[in-house]
Every structure is written in C-alpha cells, then in structure tokens.
Design a protein around this ligand. Sequence first.
Ligand SMILES: Cc1cc2nc3c(=O)[nH]c(=O)nc-3n(C[C@H](O)[C@H](O)[C@H](O)COP(=O)(O)OP(=O)(O)OC[C@H]3O[C@@H](n4cnc5c(N)ncnc54)[C@H](O)[C@@H]3O)c2cc1C
Length: 419
Amino acid sequence: MVDAHQTFVVVGGGLAGAKAAETLRAEGFSGRVILLGDERDHPYERPPLSKGYLSGKEERDSVFVHETAWYAGAEIELHLGQPVTALDRVDRSVRLGDGTVVHYDKLLLATGAEPRRLPVPGTDLAGVHHLRRLAHADRLRKVLTSLGRDNGHLVIAGAGWIGLEVAAAARGYGAEVTIIEPEPTPLHHVVGPELGQIFTQLHQDHGVRFHFGVRLTEIVGQDGVVLAVRTDDGEEHPAHDVLAAIGAAPRTALAETAGLAMAARKDGGGIAVDASLRTSDPHIFAAGDVANVAHPLLGARLRVEHWANALNSGPAAARAMLGQDVSYDRVPYFFSDQYDLGLEYSGWAPPGSYDQVVIRGDAGKREFISFWLKDQRVLAGMNVNVWDVTESVQELVRSGRQIDPDALADPSVPLTSLS
Ligand SMILES: Cc1cc2nc3c(=O)[nH]c(=O)nc-3n(C[C@H](O)[C@H](O)[C@H](O)COP(=O)(O)OP(=O)(O)OC[C@H]3O[C@@H](n4cnc5c(N)ncnc54)[C@H](O)[C@@H]3O)c2cc1C
C-alpha cells in the first residue's frame, strides 16, 4: 500500500513523463506528483514535428498531451524550464538548475533522447539544424517556407525516419532536397535493403536526390551562412540549410552520474530496467526512449525510440511505482507518414536476425504488408497503405508459431487464421 504522504517525482516532461503522472492520478495515488521538465513548453508529442505540424497542415496547439490547466486540475505540480542537474540516491532527492532540491519517495526518469551532432567542421553554423523539440520545428518550418519560396537547397544527413519525413515536408514547400546516406538504401538498419528500395523510389518520384554510400565530411560556410556540403567521395553539393538527422542518444547523464546500471551499448544503451521498468535502485524507475527494458516477450534487452513505447511504458512504470505487478511485454510498434504513404511497423527484426522477407500485396503500388521471418516465425511486420491489420500482425509476432510463408504471402488467406 502506498501512503498518501509520499511524493512521486517524474524527471522529463515528454510523453512518457506526462502519461506516467496522469496514470498515478488515474490509479488513485493521492500523494504529491511532481513533473519536472527542462523545456519551456508543457508536455507534447513529437511525431507531428516532422509531419503535420512541420508541413503546415496541423496547428501548433494540436501537439500538446494536455492543456496547461489540466495539470493543475489533476494536482500535478508541473515545473518547466529547469533541468534536473543532480540525483542524490542516498537523500532521495533531485536538484534543479536553480538550486531547488526536491525530495522523492519514488522517482521516474523519463529524460528521452537527444539528436546526435554531425562530427564535421561547420556543424555550428546557423544554418545547421536538428529536430527534436517544438522550438526546433518552429524554426525549421520557417526555414522550409523560405527555402520553398527561394528555390533553396536543403541537405539532409541521414535517410532514417526523421530525415525522410522532413524531406517529404520540405518537398511540400517546394524546397530542393538532397539526402546524404552512408548506407546503400534508406532505413537500411530497420527495413533492410529489399524494402529500403521502395523508399528510395518514393522519394525520387517526389524529386528528392539521394547520394548513397557516402559520408558528409564538411559543411562549408561563410559569415555563419551555409554554402555547400562536402562528402568523402570528394563531391560538393549546394546547400542553404542542413538537417542533421543521424539518430539520437539516450539522455542518461543524470542516471549514470548517480551510479545506476546502464545497458551495454551493443544492446542499445540507456538505463537498464527490468520488465517492471525498475532500475538497479528499487526506488527509481525509467520509461520511454531512455529506458532499456529486459523484454519478456523478446527475451532480450531492448531500447526503442517510439511514440507508442512512451505512451505505454510511462503508465506501466507509474503502476510499478504504486507497487502493482507489471510486466512490460508490448510488441514494439511505430508509424510513419511520408507524402501519401502511411505505414505501421510491429515487432523487432534488426539486421541479421531474419532469414526471409515475405511480401503480401503489391509492393510496386506501395500497398502491401512485409514480414520478416526467422525459421518461418514472424519477427516483425510492416503494413504500408494497408490498414486495420496491426492487431493481427502483432498476434503473429506474439504467437511465435511457425507459419507457411506461402499462406502469409497470399492476401486471400486471412491473417487472423494464421496466428
Ligand atoms: C521529430 C520526431 C518525429 C517522431 N516521429 C515518430 C513517429 O512518427 N512514430 C513514432 O513511433 N515515434 C516517433 N518519434 C519518436 C517519439 O516521439 C519518441 O519516442 C518519444 O517522444 C519519446 O518520449 P519520451 O517521453 O521518452 O522522451 P522525450 O519526448 O524526449 O521527452 C523527454 C523530456 O525530458 C526532458 N529532459 C531530459 N533531461 C532532463 C533533465 N535532466 N531535467 C529535466 N528535463 C529533462 C527533455 O527535454 C524532454 O522534454 C519521433 C521523434 C521525433 C523527435
């Protein structure tokens, strides 16, 4: 039983943190709930920052998890604009940037991730951008508008999800877009070369130029202004602005300094938590992008940077903080939208883990489901412009059963009959 005089503190005002605070109240916790975030904006969702909001189709207000007044109504003490700079596990307290010390009985770390910076000369020029925060999206939206108006060039380093989504938004404004990617296809480590080719074609059909197999080595500028980028094949490409979309790193500094166990880099790094999202300190939990979970279904450590994981692991951690039995075994899930292509991906099939890719439907028309299999067992499935199948795809992943690949490829065989 958790007593009503306890204080539960959440560090990180993103989706995982906000949903955890909300769940503490929904589960009837009547002690203090304190949500600490270093951004000035109250908790918001990040997917629209590279899609609807960036492209100008969605209003800024639509991204917030709740209106500001909701937090006061739920008696959640929201402190924004101050980073938590230290964690004292002996005193059970955290210190904010302004020196304020906050005691906790239970603590949740939901500090998310931060964009990696390009390790090249010129990375500090004003025209080099990253995309993680709402403030970044505000700025990039203005940049794309003026690039579109002036026929300007955006160079994107990295053909991952964010790079591709920003490319689609930028083409919508009419900007010239060049993507530099060291691998031979986009999303190489997520969907593999077979499926990656579909994304190359999609973006080329919309006028995006790709340079695969090369690395960006320098951003050339003058008086703070970007003029071009250079790649390791000796080429120079015109650029007015550059987006570094080369991945994100979990924000673990607080946890590491406080001596919490970290997951190995080969397992994705981040704060190591068990299936109940508890860290190596029984009073401290972690959720969202920063947490590396001993995943009961996959039988492996897993850290993912997915919206659905923030949405679900925040509440799961809150329930564990309240002493409930929690086993966080959700099938990993994410989605993306680029031009008129929408997709959902369920499961986990990193490079080398699968021995077969099965396509169900018409990949040429970009209307299909792809499955990644190992020994005829479905590790992951991705539905592209095919809808209302997520539950069936996840059931196939969850069942772990051997499935006839021919039946899987045949759209006349209902997916529900296979799991
Ligand atoms: C542009 C973009 C588009 C995306 N699109 C998709 C998508 O289409 N589909 C999908 O599945 N996923 C998508 N994602 C990923 C998804 O948004 C993340 O997985 C999700 O935001 C993670 O939530 P989180 O709460 O764990 O972390 P975050 O959202 O990063 O929130 C963590 C918060 O903690 C704060 N913080 C960190 N350290 C401290 C500290 N010491 N003190 C105080 N505060 C701190 C951070 O500033 C931040 O506000 C996208 C991400 C981005 C950036």
